[in-house]
Design a protein around this ligand. Structure first.
Ligand code: ACO
Length: 316
């Protein structure tokens, strides 16, 4: 028996109201709007308030995605939250989300940590579980509160990250929309390039230049691989939703793939790098901005600590 076709039925996002601009950051550490913007493309990021926990942001994004999909919380039987910044080490953030959105207690709930690639990892995992026929509707959420693990004295990292959440509802395909493919990878030899070690106050440690180079190579490889597998050329992709870490990384990939930059949806100027939330947050904005139309093929591509990376192809 072939697997049932699975599609993204709806999307949602949540970003905290508090904006932290580059100019404000320049009052705290030795940096400038000009340095941050030219090196990264970031102008500002959102910072969660104390009550805006990862699970709160995830639940808010999930409610919007459910409304968009026309699926009720009690129809959800699988919740996966991709996060590196859970509210607690246990229970899983997904269990907190289940309770907050009023999903049935018969839903399976777990968190997945693949850092900034977490959303694509979670998407592929949920797709496989729905494809088995044993689950029908899934919430796949990327949610992060990186402001809690940033060293605010370290100018080389604190300018890069922000908080937020994005969610999609997966379920049986309606019409021609469907998930076409996904591929996940990791280069575990590069764990020391980007990590958060345990300690009294765990913070992000990163070798930025090295991460930059590996990220460009990995994302280009992931894109070429998935396009080849599906016999597609880059020009058949209507919109690319890349992980929103650095505008220069996105420009490099566009150049290598010989695709115009306007095919890439970029919103990092306003959010910075929100890790696992970055792709679903961008995907929701792209849809609402009319950048994704029925029949389009969209490519999602990410890299993150691990170093993990991956890509997915979505038909709308
Ligand atoms: N303001 C001013 N100067 C700074 C700042 C800052 N915020 N940060 C670093 N500098 C200085 C450095 O001290 C260095 O000074 P020096 O030459 O006197 O030593 C100089 O700027 C150049 O530093 P580089 O690190 O070489 O700068 P680079 O051009 O590589 O840009 C950056 C740094 C933006 C971090 C870039 O390397 C990058 O984006 N890397 C990828 C990072 C990334 O994407 N991380 C997310 C991974 S996803 C995940 O899983 C979380």
């Amino acid at each position: 028996m072939s697997s049932p076709a699975i599609a993204i039925l709806g999307t949602g996002a949540y970003a905290p109201a508090k904006v932290l601009t580059n100019a404000e950051l320049a009052q705290r550490v030795d940096t400038s709007d000009e340095w941050i913007f030219t090196r990264t493309g970031i102008r500002e990021r959102r910072i969660a308030a104390a009550h805006e926990t990862t699970s709160e942001m995830a639940a808010a994004a999930a409610r919007t995605a459910l409304a968009d999909a026309g699926v009720s919380a009690d129809e959800i039987d699988l919740i996966i939250v991709a996060t590196a910044t859970p509210d607690m080490l246990m229970p899983a953030t997904a269990c907190l989300v289940q309770s907050k959105i009023g999903a049935t207690t018969r839903s399976a709930c777990f968190d997945l940590n693949a850092a900034c690639s977490g959303f694509i990892y979670a998407l592929d995992t949920a797709w496989a579980m729905l494809g088995s026929g044993r689950y029908r509707h899934a919430l796949v959420i990327g949610a992060e509160k990186f402001s809690g693990i940033v060293d605010w004295q370290d100018r080389s990292t604190c300018v890069l990250f922000g908080d937020g959440a994005g969610a999609v509802v997966l379920g049986p395909a309606r019409g021609t929309a469907r998930l076409l493919g996904a591929r996940l990878y990791a280069e575990g030899g590069n764990t020391d390039l980007l990590c958060v070690r345990p300690g009294a106050k765990p913070v992000i440690e990163m070798k930025g230049r090295e991460v930059f180079k590996v990220a460009v190579r990995e994302m280009e490889d992931a894109v070429r691989d998935i396009l080849e597998q599906h016999h597609l050329s880059a020009h058949q992709i209507a919109c690319v939703i890349p992980h929103q870490a650095n505008r220069r990384i996105i420009e490099a990939i566009a150049q290598y793939l010989e695709l115009p930059l306007d095919r890439f949806f970029v919103n990092l100027e306003r959010y910075g790098n929100t890790s696992a939330a970055s792709i679903p947050l961008a995907l929701d904005e792209a849809r609402r901005a009319g950048r994704i139309r029925a029949g389009d093929t969209t490519l999602l591509v990410a890299f993150g600590a691990g170093l993990t990376y991956g890509a997915a192809l979505v038909r709308w």
